[in-house]
Design a protein around this ligand. Structure first.
Ligand code: ZN
Length: 75
């Protein structure tokens, strides 16, 4: 039993490292995608006040919370 302990520990540490690496990789890809994305248009919902972004170039965007159509803020 005592001989098995190091291999069990190895598996735990290995699993944790793989999980950590996957997290870092995922975060890195996310960051990359975020930077590549074109600047989004900013909207403030006139009905519920939700502030949200929409990167489609549309004159009116539907609020994600209540569905109200809002015009983009001027930047
Ligand atoms: Zn709304």
């Amino acid at each position: 039993m005592t001989l098995l302990l190091p291999s069990v520990l190895f598996r735990w540490v290995g699993g944790a490292l793989v999980g950590l690496a996957a997290l870092i990789l995922h975060h890195g890809l996310d960051e990359h995608r975020r930077r590549r994305r074109r600047p989004a248009f900013l909207y403030v919902c006139e009905s519920c006040g939700l502030v949200y972004e929409d990167d489609r170039n549309v004159p009116l965007s539907a609020c994600r919370r209540c569905g109200m159509l809002n015009a983009a803020l001027q930047r």
